[in-house]
Design a protein around this ligand. Structure first.
Ligand code: HEM
Length: 508
């Protein structure tokens, strides 16, 4: 049937598929990385595939990322690509339900809440939450017995999800959320989260019970936040180090304050944006630490060096925000985990106007035409941080989780990057050392450009404190090895089984 679709010479190559409408949905959905690699081998860095009736043009490599993430939002647009997924979950009048200029103002408001002052207050709170979790959660019953010898096990994603939501609610979300998290809030959150799946992304409106549950949960969650925003306003709302306290005081350029439901919906958006991304990253990091005793030991020794108390085994002074910023092993464990397992493997933009592909990214071969490829209005363009981060032309031993690459100025990542030459023979200097945050960087777990993540520092702080607290107290192993990726969820998760074995740390 592909032979009968009228195709222009300027259309990027179309990935071959057998079933109309479905197109390459199964290959892409099962393993996007494998799909990108095999399609790149056949068609080059730019190709179009059919995803359940949509035409998606993939632009691979740092230049592809640059094209998609550096594009003007009037042409390559995020709200058109995502709003059908996010608005029913977050609610109206925020994020992708408003014009981009309004959302950019909202992002600035959130940045006020992500202040250094707030971060200073959060580290101790997170440490305390993790310690309480270890002391009370049934997953750590063996730890709670106080005996150092037996090994127990826990389900990595379950434990990290719980720790992530507890620590995010204790800090950013505020005391009201933390206090209700073990009661009615938890079920509402689960129902809302059930609306954040690839099915919801592909089919915005299906007459399914899960969609109705999602809508009911959104309303309930929104009412819940609005109620305590009102209470905060009535009580003066100051003295808190959380996001609501920051948002209550913000004003749009027009002079208008944020309305209660807008604050509520921003809070829901932040909860959803941080929850799976951070819990997946924490799970992957722990799975690798369990697999690499040498790295876990280096991480532990870093804690002893910075926080140990007079050589007393197992005794540490509390973590602080300033300390966390200066722990190279911890930093490299998180950085490398995000390279190999970026939670968001594909970033999409809807095309609002016909747009030419820059010739430095791809050009039609002489056989299929000449000039420039054009991506048509109504299509979607896709950049993949995962692909560039795992590209063996860019990274030495690309598929290996090797945190040391980030610590050695002459190390593997650097030398590989220095040698990097793209397919046109052009040498590329990524300005490594400090990892480039540009739209053409080969390292973009937090995206790039105007839609770049604003939660990066919070995520490092949260993950850094969680990992430090766990590694101070526990040893890990994973007899089954690090699991493969499960790409069937919105955020890339480890496949089951994903149990980590643990025991109390020995100090002999
Ligand atoms: C945007 C990743 C944690 C809030 C993004 C984007 C990525 C990303 C890739 C860009 C999406 C796009 O361009 O379409 C991550 C990862 C995280 C993380 C890997 C943790 C390891 C967080 C946290 C928060 C947050 C904790 C909130 C506190 C946001 C917001 C945006 C964003 C508000 C902006 C969306 C836009 O401008 O369109 N994140 N994120 N993220 N993230 Fe994160």
């Amino acid at each position: 049937w592909q032979l009968i679709i009228p195709r222009s010479k300027t259309d990027p190559p179309l990935v071959f598929h057998w079933i109309p409408f479905v197109g390459s949905a199964i290959e892409y959905g099962n393993d996007p990385m494998k799909f990108f690699i095999s399609s790149q081998a056949k068609y080059g860095n730019v190709f179009t595939f059919i995803l359940l009736g949509r035409k998606v043009t993939v632009c691979l490599g740092p230049k592809g990322n640059n094209f998609v993430l550096g594009g003007k939002s009037t042409v390559l647009n995020a709200e058109d690509a995502y709003t059908h997924l996010t608005t029913p979950v977050f609610g109206r009048d925020v994020v992708y339900d408003v014009p981009n200029e309004v959302f950019m103002e909202q992002k600035k408001f959130v940045k006020v809440g992500l202040s250094t002052d707030n971060f200073r207050a959060y580290v101790g709170m997170i440490e305390q939450e993790v310690e309480e979790f270890l002391a009370n959660d049934p997953s750590f019953s063996i730890y709670q017995q106080n005996d150092i010898n037996p090994w127990g096990k826990f389900e990595s994603v379950k434990v990290l999800s719980e720790i992530t939501i507890l620590t995010a609610s204790r800090t950013l979300q505020g005391s009201e959320v933390r206090d209700s998290i073990t009661t009615n809030f938890a079920q509402t959150y689960t129902d809302l989260d059930g609306g954040f799946t690839p099915i919801n992304f592909m089919f915005p409106n299906l007459p399914l019970e899960s969609y109705r549950k999602r809508d009911r949960a959104q309303k309930k969650m929104s009412d819940f936040y609005v109620e305590f925003i009102k209470k905060r306003r009535a009580g003066g709302g100051s003295g808190q180090h959380d996001m609501i306290a920051a948002l209550i005081n913000q004003k749009y350029r027009s002079g208008k304050s944020l309305r209660d439901h807008e604050i509520a919906h921003i809070m829901i958006a932040l909860l959803m944006a941080g929850q799976h991304t951070s819990s997946a990253t924490g799970s992957w990091a722990l799975l690798h630490l369990a697999d690499r005793e040498d790295v876990a030991e280096a991480l532990y020794q870093e804690q002893v060096k910075h926080f140990g108390i007079n050589g007393q085994p197992g005794k540490f002074r509390p973590l602080t925000y300033e300390d966390l910023r200066d722990l190279p092993v911890l930093d490299s464990v998180i950085r490398e985990t995000l390279r190999v397992h970026p939670p968001i493997h594909s970033i999409m933009r809807a095309v609002r106007d016909d747009v030419p592909i820059p010739p430095t990214l791809a050009t039609p071969s002489s056989k299929s035409g000449s000039g420039t490829y054009i991506v048509r209005k109504g299509h979607v363009v896709l950049a993949s941080p995962l692909f560039a981060q795992m590209d063996p032309k860019i990274w030495k031993n690309a598929s290996e989780w090797e945190p040391t690459r980030w610590n050695d100025p002459e190390g593997v990542a650097m030398s590989a990057l220095k040698e990097y030459t793209d397919e046109n023979g052009e040498k590329i200097d990524f300005g490594f050392g400090a990892v480039s945050k540009g739209t053409d960087s080969p390292y973009q777990p937090f995206g790039a450009g105007r839609h770049r993540c604003i939660g990066e520092q919070f995520a490092y702080l949260q993950l850094g404190t969680i990992l430090s607290t766990l590694v101070r107290k526990l040893e890990f192993k994973i007899p089954t090895g690090v699991p493969a990726h499960n790409y069937h969820t919105m955020i890339t998760m480890p496949k089951t089984p994903r149990d980590i074995h643990y025991r109390r740390r020995h100090f002999d």
